[in-house]
Design a protein around this ligand. Structure first.
Ligand code: AMP
Length: 241
């Protein structure tokens, strides 16, 4: 990350939608990180960086990275830390991150978290990250994941809770909706095990750092967004370390 990238975070105008720092959205598969990241992106005018989306775009485009990652992503297995860290490093070089960014699905291991912390700390002007952990119980997550359908443009539906007007068709652009291969029940169960083993410690890592809030994600999307916005407002008052 360049110095100018980070300094511009600090000098962003203190307007109503001024963020306390780069936002990490943490949580198990299906808690709504992607949906909430998109809402925050619209509210704060900063980009969502989803490592899952970047990997899926590479798979779709048949890039060398995509070819390497395809089997792992389809099986719900984590891609190597080095590969994902490099992807994030490259993405953070892009100018649209200058006013801040939302990380969705990263960091997912303690190694990734340590790497990110050191990247951001390397520039003394950086604002420390704030972490929002979204929590939803297992049965509800299973329902959400197996019901999820996505459009090629990344719009997210759920056949139970947020169905498209016409079954299988995106309301916005008429494209066919698909189920991600890793949204099957069997793969979901493996992804949850991976979350507990590898990512739950990341949640504890940021909880212990203080600039952290836990949000109950078992509410309508708009209510969860409001809760996150309120948490971000509170975190603006939190002293930096
Ligand atoms: P997601 O869309 O965030 O659920 O990610 C889908 C899949 O992409 C995961 O099951 C992993 O295979 C891979 N992936 C996404 N983010 C990461 C990450 N931070 N570290 C390792 N693998 C990742």
């Amino acid at each position: 990350m360049t110095t100018s990238t980070v300094s511009e975070h600090k000098t962003a105008p203190a307007e109503k939608n001024f963020l306390p720092g780069p936002v990490l959205l943490l949580g198990a598969p299906g808690v709504g990180k992607g949906t909430q990241a998109k809402a925050l992106m619209a509210a704060y005018g900063i980009p969502q960086i989803s490592t899952g989306d970047i990997l899926r775009a590479n798979i779709k485009n048949g890039t060398p990275l995509g070819k390497m990652a395809k089997t792992l992503v389809d099986q719900g297995t984590l891609v190597s830390d080095d590969l994902v860290n490099q992807m994030v490093a490259d993405r953070l070089q892009q100018p649209d991150t200058h006013r801040g960014f939302i990380l969705d699905g990263f960091p997912r291991t303690l190694n990734q978290a340590t790497w990110l912390d050191s990247q951001l700390a390397a520039d003394t002007k950086t604002l420390p990250v704030v972490a929002i952990s979204i929590v939803v119980d297992y049965e509800q997550l299973l329902h959400r994941i197996t019901g999820r359908r996505v459009s090629p443009a990344g719009r997210i539906y759920n056949i139970y809770t947020h169905p498209p007007k016409v079954s299988g068709i995106c309301d916005v652009d008429g494209s066919a909706l698909v189920q991600r291969p890793d949204d099957s029940e069997a793969v979901f169960s493996d992804r949850m095990k991976t979350f507990e083993a590898q990512t739950a410690p990341v949640v504890e890592h940021y909880r212990n750092q203080g600039r952290f809030e836990e949000i109950d994600g078992d509410h309508p999307v708009d209510q969860v967004t409001s809760q996150i916005e309120a948490a971000l407002k509170r975190l603006r008052q939190h002293p930096r370390f």
